[in-house]
Each structure stands twice: as C-alpha cells, then as structure tokens.
Design a protein around this ligand. Structure first.
Ligand code: ADP
Ligand code: MG
Length: 260
C-alpha cells in the first residue's frame, strides 16, 4: 500500500464577491492528510476552515472562485466533473457537519435515510440496506438500533442525531471523513463520547479524518497532527506534541494559552 498522502491540498485559494471587489477567505492553503491519520484543522471562527472543507467536498456555492489543487487519491477534485464528484461524496469522501438537525431530513426516518445513502451507491435490496443500517447504528453506539430505524430525527437527542450522521457518513466506508465542528453543539460529556467513537472508528475502518474545530482541547485529545489557520492562511502545522511543546507562531501560542 502506498504511504503517500490520501489528500493533498495545494495552494488553495477561495474568494467571494464583495461589492466590486473579491474577498479572499482562504489564502494559499496547503496541507496533507495521510491514510488513517487524524488531522485537526484548527483556528478561530471566520478563519476559513469551513470554506476549506466545502472546497474539498465540491460543495462551494457558484459565486466562489477557487484556485489551486486538491489531490484526493490521485485525482484533482477541483477539475473533476460534477457527476464524478457526486459519486465520490458519500462513497470515498464522507462529511459530517456541526448541526445534524439541518443535515438530517426531518420527514424521513433514520432507517430510510441510511438506506437511501447506501442505495444511492450500491445496488442492494432495502432489506440488506436496513440490516447494514442496524450494524452501523450499533457501531456508533446507538442502543437498541433496530427500533431506532423507525424514529424521525426530532425524536432523537442532539448526540444521537450526530451519531446517526456519522453512521450515514460511514455507511460506504469512506477513505476520508471530514468532520466540521461535529461536537460544538453538544454538551461536554457527549463531546467526549463522540471523540472516543471517532477514534475507535478510525482504528476499525482505517478512515483518515480531518477534524475541524476551534477548540484546542478537543484537538489535543485526539489529533495526530494539527494545521492551524489564522485569517485565511495556514500559519503553522505540526505533530500535536510539537505544537504544544514549541508553538512556532504567536497565534498558536495564544490559542494554546486559552485552552481550558
Ligand atoms: P470558519 O469555518 O473558520 O469559522 P468560514 O470558512 O466559514 O470560517 O468562513 C471564512 C470567511 O468566509 C468568513 O469571513 C465568512 O463570512 C466568509 N464566507 C463563507 N461562506 C461565504 C459565502 N458563501 N459567501 C461569502 N462569504 C462567505
Ligand atoms: Mg466553520
């Protein structure tokens, strides 16, 4: 197996129209994620983390100008035709967002949503898909998963909804999972459980994870390596121990100082 990166973001810049000008919100950003690695993308609100994630997923709005290269398993995602990109999302590239209530469809049951995610990419029967859904829900720590298949999103707690989102993201064993502030809306105990679960899933499936957070504590706990963004740029990237032992950039030092 190759030990090269699974994802290489190379000189990525993204701008949006602002009046007659363009506002650059991601500026010459470069970083790699290796197979099975958990990389933290950290930085304060507005630093360009989510826009970077959306660029990787091919989900930026039409108004965005994007330059650079995003190499995923040897393909440049920025030049991939839309249809190919849709095929990649869900299958090899998974994503979970901050607020699962807005990502889950309120009018479909948990079972239906997982089934649909699987059957969009694999020709298997509904029964087979439901059986797989039960296994997945079990993996993400949902008690009595079979009965949960018939629940609607509003019947679940925030932590449970986030677990369902993770189950959906993992249903096709993606090579890379992008998690954008997956724990921010949850209380501290649930946050810790979710992070443990991400770790466990990474070990089991070998999925690489790009974990986006503004919380240095979260990062320190689970990441192998951190990429620090500040005002649209990457200001530092290092193994997590090195970052804590000898931060190179004053902004990183400030971030570490404010960790509870
Ligand atoms: P972060 O996730 O680090 O908090 P974002 O990546 O969401 O930050 O945003 C970076 C900057 O890009 C912010 O100033 C935000 O207002 C701007 N931005 C994000 N999406 C859009 C958009 N669709 N149109 C215009 N500006 C945007
Ligand atoms: Mg964000």
């Amino acid at each position: 197996m190759s030990t090269g990166p699974i994802l290489s973001v190379e000189h990525l810049s993204v701008s949006f129209p602002m009046g007659r000008e363009r506002l650059v919100v991601v500026n010459d950003v470069s970083f790699d994620v290796r197979p099975g690695e958990l990389v933290g993308l950290v930085g304060e609100s507005g630093s360009g983390k989510s826009v970077t994630a959306l660029a990787i997923m091919g989900l930026l709005p039409e108004t965005a100008h994007v330059i650079g290269r995003i190499d995923f398993q040897g393909e440049d995602l920025l030049t991939l035709p839309r249809r190919r990109m849709r095929g990649l999302r869900g299958r090899r590239l998974g994503m979970i967002f901050q607020e699962p209530m807005t990502s889950l469809n309120p009018i479909f049951t948990v079972g239906d949503q997982i089934c649909e995610a699987i059957r969009a990419h694999e020709a298997i029967s509904r029964k087979e898909a439901l059986d797989r859904a039960v296994l997945l829900l079990e993996k993400v720590g949902i008690p009595s998963p079979r009965s949960r298949l018939f629940d609607y999103p509003h019947q679940l707690s925030g932590g449970m909804r986030q677990r369902v989102m993770i189950a959906i993201a993992l249903c096709l064993s993606p090579k890379l999972l992008i998690a954008d502030e997956p724990t921010t809306a949850l209380d501290v105990t649930i946050q810790a459980q979710l992070l443990d679960m991400l770790q466990a899933l990474r070990e089991e499936f070998g999925t690489a994870i790009l974990l986006i957070t503004h919380n240095m504590g979260v990062m320190a706990e689970v990441a192998d390596r951190a990429v620090v963004m500040y005002a649209s740029r990457v200001v530092e990237q290092a193994a997590i121990e090195d970052l804590f032992d000898r931060p190179q950039h004053p902004y990183t030092e400030g971030l570490l100082g404010s960790t509870p």
